[in-house]
Ligand binder design. Sequence first.
Ligand SMILES: *Cc1c(COP(=O)(O)O)cnc(C)c1O
Length: 441
Amino acid sequence: MGDILDDGAWSWLRSAKAGFWFNPALPCDAAGDPMVDSAVEEAEARLRRSIGLLGKVFPSVVNTDNPLRSALLPVSPMMERLGQSSEFAARCWVKADHRLPIAGSVKARGGFHEVIAFAERVALAHGLVEANGDLLSLVKPEVKELFSRYSVVVGSTGNLGMGIGLISAALGFRATVHMSHDAKAWKKQRLRDNGVEVVEHGGDYAEAVAKGRTASEADAFSHFVDDERSLDLFVGYAAAASELAVQLRECAIPVDHDQPLFVYIPCGVGGAPGGIAYGLKRIFGQHVHCIFAEPVQSPCMLVQMLSGMDRCVSVYDIGLTNRTEADGLAVAQASMLVAPLMVERLDAIYTLTDDQLLSLLLVDHETIGLGVEPSSASAFAGPLMLSTEPGKAYLAKHGLTDRVGQATHIMWTTGGSLIPATERAALLERAIQVAPFTTDF
Ligand SMILES: *Cc1c(COP(=O)(O)O)cnc(C)c1O
């Protein structure tokens, strides 16, 4: 790939060492694509119309005032343990999507939105619900009877399958999840326990998606949730941005020229972080800095950003393995729906080794105990990456060196609250054996 762009970035990526890259393209002021923008607004409205429905089909959330909203949590003790000053640590927050009920991950946003949008289309086409009405009407017996004739199919490394499978089954669809080899046994079991069919594949995420797509195309009553191409997923994630904007206002945290916002989001195929970044740039423009985290063996978004958008390039093409403890991020090829939208919106990407993810998991466990999964722990490194040499160069390039002290930092914890205790204990057992987290690399 050395022919395409500067050799430095490629040889660093091939070496599978952690690091920080920033986008040489100056980000736009985020005038969005009008078609995508209106889809984001529709998704926000659809998710609002779904709150009653979710309370009905998932009795466990009936007392939650909005099961699609996650908390914004202060995390000072963790950031201080990571060597930050108390002043800096007080400016760091976690957007706790790992605690979203039912799915236990960010997939509750995009995944739930896509299935609910499909359900609404089917019910509308049969004249069983009113346009733009409260979606509680999807629980009517005649609607459920209709849905039982349809199936929803998805390919996943685990969490997307969990989100899609559980809501599909709860609404009355037949649900099939095609799982890659990365998928954890407990995730498959939980799905089966909830009436979801799980098909196991020996290959990676892209293969699971391809198998699911082929199986679904053969069936006219089947809807395939295409994680590599779906706009319904993307805009479901993007809807998180307005939720965060409201929370920041409630906490009296301004986002402006003097007080920029940095957001750190773990990236797999790109749908979740890309959607969130798209939404945030719509609202905050150049005052928000969207930074993604990827494993050193699966930096698919970074590989695609470095390669340009004319053709797909995967991490295998540069000799990486796509093997990582961060199962939610074990994706070799970025979404080509999302990657082009990131050229002018994604500010930077950093990569971490599995040992670093485990060390961050341990710091969380020993300080605030959020209980995230390794994929999610990657977000905790974000604020520290700004003090690496390339991080400082990024700040200097954007004229932020003097203002970074007034910035707000949000680490998006994308999943993990459903990990069984034995699984968590095994991860922590390994985590105590790795070196403490450092940005000296
Ligand atoms: C799915 C997922 C991500 C990333 O989402 P993509 O849409 O694949 O980029 C990050 N973290 C966790 C825990 C996830 O489940």
